[in-house]
Ligand binder design. Structure first.
Ligand SMILES: Cc1cc2nc3c(=O)[nH]c(=O)nc-3n(C[C@H](O)[C@H](O)[C@H](O)COP(=O)(O)OP(=O)(O)OC[C@H]3O[C@@H](n4cnc5c(N)ncnc54)[C@H](O)[C@@H]3O)c2cc1C
Length: 407
C-alpha cells in the first residue's frame, strides 16, 4: 500500500441509494466518509417530466421508514411534491380465482401507505445533500479491486482501487449491490436463487385514473404491478413492474407496442382503464439472495449487497434503507461509549437487528411466489379462502399493513 493512501473513518463502496444515504447519515455524525462509486455519477437535478417519456422507468415504492431515513439524510425535502406521490390504497387480486384483498391507509389512520418515487430523483436529491457535506468525499469512476481486512482489532481496512489509488479506513461498508465485490472479496458466499422470472419495467399512460392506488394482480405467470405516479397531471401515468416466467416475459418483450398495450390492458383487467401509451420496456432478471453473514472484522454489508428480494412487494430498497438506519444507529451508539466505528459489538448488534428481519421478508416473498404460482385446485381454494378471510379480518390486515409499511 502506498504511503499516500486516501484516509477516512468510513469507506463506503457503492453510491446507490443505500450507500449514498448511509454517507449522509454518517457525515451528520461528524465522521469523515469516503464514498466510492464505480460508475460516473451525474450531479444535476432531473427535469420534471411533461410526458411519460420523461419519467424514469425505475421507481421505488418507499415506506414511511424509508421516508424518515431520506429526511434524516437531507434528501426528502428536496424532492418536488410532484415526484414524491403518496399512494393511499392497494388492491391485490388474482387471475386464477376469486381471491382479493384491499389495503387502505385510512384503516390504520395513516395519511398514506407509502410513496412512489423515481429512482433518479432519489439519487439526485441524495447527491445534492452530500454535495453540501464537507466531510463526505465522493469519488465516482472508482472501482474496488481488492481489500485487506484487519488481522487484529484496532487495525484499519485497506482497499486497492482499479485506478491504482489505495484507501485506509476504520470501517468498510459494502453497499455495492447484488454482485457485491466487497462481499466476494470478504469470502462471504451468497449464491443467487434464480426465480425463473424476468421483470418488465416501463411507464404507461392510461385512459382512467390510477386513483392514487397501487394495483397488483397475480397472474399465473407472475405478478403484475401498476404503481401510481404523481408526476403527470390527472393521475393517468403509472409505472409497471410485470414479473413473468422467462418464456412469457420474452414473448411480452417481443410484442410491438400496440400488442403489448392490449395485453397489458387485459392482464390488468383495465384497473386504470385502457393502456394508451407505453415507454420502451426494460427487463431485469429476478434473483433472490441472502448473505449468510452481514459482517466481518471491520466490514458491514448493507442493501442489495446483503440481500436481494423479489420486487413483488416493492421491499428491496426499503430493507436497504432500514439496514442503513440501523447501522448508523449502532455506530453512533458505539461512539457514544467511546468505542470505534468498527467496534465488534456494534457490528454484531447491527447484524442481529437486521438479518432476522430481512430473512423473514425474503421467506415471505418466496412463500407468496409459490402460493400464487401454484395451479393445483386445492392450493387455489386455500388461496381464495385465505385472501378473502384476511380481507375480512381487520386486525390481521392491519398487522400486514404495518409490517409492509415498516412500522
Ligand atoms: C424491476 C425491479 C423493481 C424494483 N422495485 C422496487 C420497489 O418498488 N421498491 C423497492 O424498495 N425496491 C425495488 N426494487 C429493488 C431495488 O431497486 C434495489 O433493492 C435497490 O436499488 C438496491 O439499492 P442498493 O443501493 O443496495 O444497490 P444498487 O442500486 O445496486 O447500487 C450499488 C452501487 O454500487 C456500485 N458498485 C458496484 N460494484 C462496485 C465496485 N466494485 N466498486 C465501486 N462501486 C461499485 C454500482 O455502480 C451501484 O451504483 C426493484 C428491483 C427491480 C429489479
Amino acid at each position: 500500500m502506498s504511503a499516500a493512501a486516501l484516509r477516512a473513518d468510513v469507506a463506503i463502496v457503492g453510491a446507490g441509494i443505500a450507500g449514498a444515504a448511509l454517507a449522509a447519515l454518517l457525515a451528520a455524525q461528524d465522521l469523515d466518509v469516503l464514498l466510492l462509486e464505480g460508475t460516473e455519477l451525474r450531479g444535476s437535478m432531473p427535469v420534471l417530466p411533461t410526458d411519460i417519456a420523461g419519467v424514469d422507468p425505475r421507481v421505488s415504492a418507499l415506506n414511511v421508514v424509508s421516508r424518515g431515513v431520506l429526511e434524516n439524510a437531507g434528501a426528502w425535502s428536496a424532492l418536488p411534491d410532484r415526484v414524491r406521490g403518496g399512494y393511499n390504497a392497494m388492491r391485490v387480486w388474482e387471475e386464477d380465482g376469486t381471491g382479493r384483498i384491499s389495503f387502505d391507509a385510512a384503516d390504520i389512520g395513516a395519511p398514506v401507505l407509502g410513496f412512489i418515487v423515481e429512482n433518479r430523483w432519489i439519487m439526485a436529491c441524495l447527491l445534492g445533500a452530500l454535495a453540501v457535506q464537507p466531510r463526505v468525499q465522493l469519488r465516482s469512476g472508482e472501482r474496488l479491486a481488492s481489500l485487506r481486512l484487519p488481522a487484529e482489532p484496532g487495525q484499519q481496512v485497506e482497499l486497492s482501487l482499479d485506478s491504482g489509488l489505495t484507501v485506509r479506513a476504520n470501517l468498510l461498508v459494502g453497499a455495492d449491490g447484488a454482485q457485491s465485490a466487497v462481499r466476494r472479496l470478504c469470502g462471504i458466499e451468497a449464491p443467487a436463487r434464480d426465480s425463473g422470472q424476468r421483470a418488465i419495467v416501463a411507464t404507461i399512460r392510461t385512459s382512467g385514473s390510477h386513483q392514487s392506488t397501487a394495483w397488483q394482480r397475480f397472474l399465473q405467470s407472475g405478478p403484475l404491478a401498476l404503481l401510481p405516479l404523481a408526476a403527470l397531471e390527472g393521475g393517468h401515468a403509472s409505472s409497471i413492474v410485470w414479473s413473468a416466467d422467462i418464456p412469457v416475459a420474452e414473448r411480452l418483450l417481443s410484442l410491438d407496442d400496440a400488442a403489448f398495450m392490449a395485453q397489458l390492458t387485459r392482464a390488468s383487467e383495465a384497473c386504470c382503464g385502457e393502456v394508451l401509451e407505453v415507454t420502451p420496456r426494460l427487463s431485469f432478471p429476478l434473483r433472490q439472495l441472502h448473505a449468510p453473514s452481514y459482517t466481518a472484522p471491520g466490514m458491514a454489508l448493507v442493501g442489495d449487497a446483503a440481500h436481494v428480494i423479489h420486487p413483488l412487494a416493492g421491499q428491496g430498497i426499503n430493507l436497504g434503507l432500514a439496514d442503513v438506519c440501523v447501522l448508523a444507529q449502532e455506530i453512533a451508539r458505539a461512539r457514544g461509549r467511546g468505542q470505534s466505528v468498527a467496534s465488534a459489538d456494534a457490528l454484531a448488534r447491527y447484524a442481529r437487528r437486521r438479518r432476522g428481519e430481512n430473512a423473514t421478508m425474503l421467506a415471505a416473498m418466496q412463500g407468496f411466489q409459490r402460493l400464487f404460482g401454484d395451479t393445483h385446485p386445492a392450493v387455489r381454494l386455500v388461496r381464495n379462502l385465505g385472501l378473502g378471510a384476511v380481507d375480512r379480518l381487520a386486525p390481521i390486515k392491519r398487522a400486514f399493513m404495518r409490517e409492509a409499511m415498516g412500522l
